[in-house]
Write a protein that binds this ligand. Sequence first.
Ligand code: VG1
Ligand code: CO
Length: 569
Amino acid sequence: MSCCGGGAMAPNSIETITTSPFEGQKPGTSGLRKPVGTFQQPHYSENFIQAGLIAGLGDKLVGSSLAVGGDGRFFCKEAAQLIIKMAAANGVSRIVIGQNGILSTPACSHIIRKYKLDGGFILTASHNPGGPKGDFGIKYNISNGGPAPEGITDKIYKITQTISEYKIVPNLKVDISHKGTTSHKIAGATLTVEVVDSVTDYVEFMKEIFNFSKIKEYVKSKNILLNAMNGVTGPYLQKIFVKEMGLPSDSCLNCEVLPDFGGRHPDPNLTYASDLVDIMKQGKHDFAAAFDGDGDRNMILGHKAFFVTPCDSLAVLAGNLQCIPYFQKHGVKGFARSMPTSEAVDKVAEKNGKECFEVPTGWKFFGNLMDAGKINLCGEESFGTGSDHIREKDGIWAALAWLSVLAHKNKSVEEVLMEHWEIYGRNFFSRYDYENVSAEAGAKLMEGLDKLIQDPKTRGMTFSDPTGKSYRMQYLDNFEYTDPIDGSVSKNQGIRFLFEEGSRIIYRLSGTGSSGATIRIYVEGYEKSENPQFYKEDAQDFLKPLITIAVRTSKLKELTGRDQPTVIT
Ligand code: VG1
Ligand code: CO
């Protein structure tokens, strides 16, 4: 019998809604990312969430537990409520959610692990712009706290291609603006929703990993700047650096979490965080870090905007494990990097007798290695650094790790880098991004390169730039990865040209864009010199011949009409 009369639904009753598939719901490098308007279409988000619940939780779905958190961008709150309603209808019995639906990606990963949850939904398009005209994203993470591996994302995609119905409790209303636990009766079962403080668990964890009093002493004697870029890290930075460490509040910039990130790209690189670079150039500060929309990326700058490439950042941390209490306590077995990331960390591994793994682009590939205890520190050239404390990359962790190194050594960022290069040599690295080219041009470029690598003539060839600088080909392929733990194979992960003496050119298409294509060209060259001055050379100058060769060989100008990249890192 209905309680409300007139054929109205009983409160909290489960409805099964008929739907049909949408094209293109294939999770990319890190979840499904599309323009907000796409997610707002009737049934679009619902279809993807239903597929995520089924593929992610399988026969554990009824009675399972989930984390939900997002980076505060436009549509996060609506999506969080939708997930609660659908999780309830699918029999989930426990949800842990950040207050107002807000959790940074690393904080969400930590919460899944700490509360021993079966999985989670992270609501973010990371560094992609937000707002009603920007991007939104949904990512499913598994019980280890990491992004779902390809086996699960493939299953999600498959389900979205044939989906015909989803389940929802349309009337369920949960107040996520107040901390606390509420219980909801759903068709004879109970759903418990725990609204937790967005920052507390994470900050407590950082205090276990790092020596806060040592960092506090150090940062008080220096001028440091942290830039949240109006993404999710603002409240975390204020808690850690202002409240805990006593820095003035103006040392943390753009800390208000804005649904459109103030209209900018929340991407911590030299182009999109140029305001921070400009301040640092004035020479009044010793250290700066910036973070992306969901808080998993970081950029590290030293005095006068001395730029640490993410590849070097990883290698420096790997070379200075003694400065970080967590590594001292738990030990470090090995390192890993994504394929396009420079081989700087490999040099550290080699010299210090550690294993080093090379995986495809995307944090999901590190999870198995961490779970198996094979690696404890890893990173990507795309401003991602992290350890096995969680299963996502972690921007604030990286800044605290750097501050630990600086405090321990009492050296400047530049001095730490110089010392590193003198021991290991320098892997000069640069990435050229050509954003928003047509999907067709992107595909053609990759096809052309694929043909080239299959041509036996290319092997053993010497490539020269107009000045006569030449590189002899040593090995080339389209990178393929076999996961050493579960044996799963990932093909077509990027075209690699490996030259003699450690120079590399790598090409791949981005898997995080929401329309068209983004071509990424990664260029690397290695040098070891007796003269330390040599290491100060500008990477662009050092790599110029290789960049010229990379652009020409791919026929980039002819195929895309682009003369210049959108972003140079
Ligand atoms: C990019 C980066 C990759 C990173 C991914 C997600 O992917 O290159 O290294 O893991 O973004 O990072 P792609 O496919 O566009 O190259 V985030 O901070 O956007 O979650
Ligand atoms: Co991110």
